[in-house]
Unconditional design. Structure first.
Lengths: 140, 380
């Protein structure tokens, strides 16, 4: 997927750790020390109980295909059709992503199929977190 | 709000709908506003409260020559006008103003005097959704539906059928953009936009606007039109990110808004004669029917298939043809409100016979916000 600088993430102080993690191949989530709620996207307090005592940890990188669309009207910098998917991580939170290394068809993209994280370094600074079908013997 | 205390006395859309390249966005607001004021015999100087979205209320007030004592610029997407109506009702009852004008105008197709919102790359959506090739509502609003289809058993035919039934309503409406009947096969044969959505399951892209004038139910009796009373109102928001919607088969904002409105109105579902559910895409009426409680979870596809919402059905829905066939300038909520008002006045092109209660339900963003307005033509 080519890159349009206008659609790249601009990290903020509250999300910086996530993007630094992705750059070195880590998918980082946050967990509340008070109520143990695991959440995403990043923020420096628990969205469930508002506690500021939260811990950043590395997620397993495993999840399942929760829902998706296959876009047939691409922007000029992306080759279509391509999937835009929501992945439910084994730790609980869901995140938007692309499913890669698989045909971009309804026949190949089966809901609830096990997935594993891949890191796509789109620029020197930004690595996007994407997913591919889980390797054999590695199913969730 | 106090049920039945407020009424809509003026209502109108822009003179033209569809493609209006000779009018800027602010003029679309003004055209609708002047039509609505003329509808109830008022002039801008009579208005002391204004609300609008897509333009700043400041711009609108100056443009129309209004100096208001109450202003609302709530902007949460396409249901903003319904929320304006709710806020206006509260403001009038609190004595902050007496006659409120709510306007909408959007040059969504011709892009005259309007500007795209642009991507905030530092927002959470800008960081965690847009980089994955999300390109507007057709790639975002559509995402939950495959989950819904698997969990609730909705078929592709049933999804397509939403568009088919709404086209039946549109065929009776001379102002509808598309009026020729379609079949499920026609929907399947139409261009794929974002699987599983074909173009006939996606809303139109048009220019237009609409405006409403509200006052107390007591004063409403002095106006030329049959007053349309506000029985109940609701509003809520959930998330700006579709990926973070808590339940992909149900909207939390829809439920909160709908329950609040029904509670305020003190009516039951069997009292409802007419329903509008904002349909930016074909799945919206399905979520709306279920989250408002007209049917149980998973039943809406069958309910529509069995023609309950079609002409002659038990619960006529989206009787103007909806965003799929009537018009959709980007923020459709105002047009849904206009159709509810026409039905309550008894002047709709596809008039539901003897309808006295209408529920008008809207969405903002991608399941991000919601508002529900319940109207009646019977004096409280």
């Amino acid at each position: 997927m080519a890159v349009n600088p206008k659609t790249l993430p601009k990290p903020t102080p509250e999300t910086q750790h996530f993007w630094e993690g992705a750059r070195v191949g880590q998918l980082l989530l946050q967990q509340c020390d008070s109520c143990q709620h695991i959440y995403f996207p990043p923020r420096p307090f628990c969205p469930d109980c508002a506690s500021p005592a939260v811990t950043i940890f590395q997620a397993s990188g495993k999840g399942r295909l929760y829902s998706y669309v296959i876009n047939h009207r691409p922007p000029r910098w992306i080759e279509a059709p391509y999937s835009i998917a929501v992945v439910e991580l084994d730790e609980g939170p869901r995140m938007m992503s692309n499913i890669v290394e698989v045909e971009q068809t309804p026949e190949a993209l089966i809901l609830d199929m096990p997935l594993e994280v891949v890191f796509d370094a789109v620029t020197d600074d930004i690595t996007l977190v994407k997913f591919k079908p889980a390797s054999i013997g590695n199913e969730a | 709000m106090k049920s039945g205390s407020i009424a809509i006395v003026g209502a109108a859309e822009t003179t033209e709908l569809g493609k209006i390249p000779n009018m800027s966005q602010i003029q679309l607001h003004a055209d609708a506003a002047l039509n609505a004021m003329s509808d109830c015999g008022l002039k801008p100087k009579d208005i002391d409260g204004i609300a609008c979205a897509a333009e700043w209320p400041t711009d609108l007030a100056h443009y129309l020559g209004i100096t208001p004592s109450w202003v609302d610029g709530t902007m949460v997407g396409g249901c903003s006008f319904m929320i304006h109506l709710r806020h206006a009702a509260a403001a009038i009852n609190e004595g902050l103003c007496t006659i409120v004008l709510i306007t909408h105008g959007e040059s969504g197709r011709s892009w005259v005097g309007s500007k795209a919102m642009g991507n905030n790359q530092a927002s959470l959506g800008g960081q965690f959704e847009i980089p994955y090739g999300c390109l507007g509502p057709s790639t975002l609003f559509t995402i939950p539906v495959l989950r819904y289809m698997k969990d609730r058993g909705l078929s592709h035919e049933q999804l397509a059928n939403v568009a088919v039934v709404q086209r039946e309503w549109a065929s009776m409406n001379p102002r509808a953009t598309h009026r020729e009947p379609i079949t499920v096969e026609d929907v399947f044969a139409s261009k794929m936009i974002a699987y599983p959505f074909h173009i006939l399951e996606c809303c139109l892209v048009t220019d237009g606007g609409g405006a409403l004038v509200l006052t107390t139910a007591e004063r409403a009796r002095d106006f030329p039109n049959k007053p349309v009373y506000i029985l109940g109102t609701g509003e809520s928001v959930e998330t700006p990110m579709i990926s973070q919607m808590q339940d992909f088969t149900s909207s939390k904002a829809f439920k909160v808004s709908g329950q609040t409105a029904f509670r305020e109105a003190g009516i039951s579902h069997s009292d409802v004669d007419h329903l509008m559910v904002y349909d930016a895409f074909a799945h919206l009426p399905i979520y709306g029917l279920e989250d408002l409680g007209f049917v149980k979870p998973g039943e809406a596809g069958d309910f529509i298939w069995e023609r309950n919402t079609a002409p002659g059905g038990l619960l006529p829905m989206n009787t103007n043809g909806g965003g799929l066939s009537y018009m959709h300038s980007g923020m459709y909520g105002m047009y849904a409100l206009q159709e509810s008002v026409r039905q309550m006045r008894g002047i709709a092109p596809a008039q539901v016979k003897d309808a006295s209660t209408s529920v008008c339900h809207g969405v903002g963003g991608m399941f991000g916000a919601s508002s529900t307005i319940i109207m009646s033509n019977e004096a409280p």
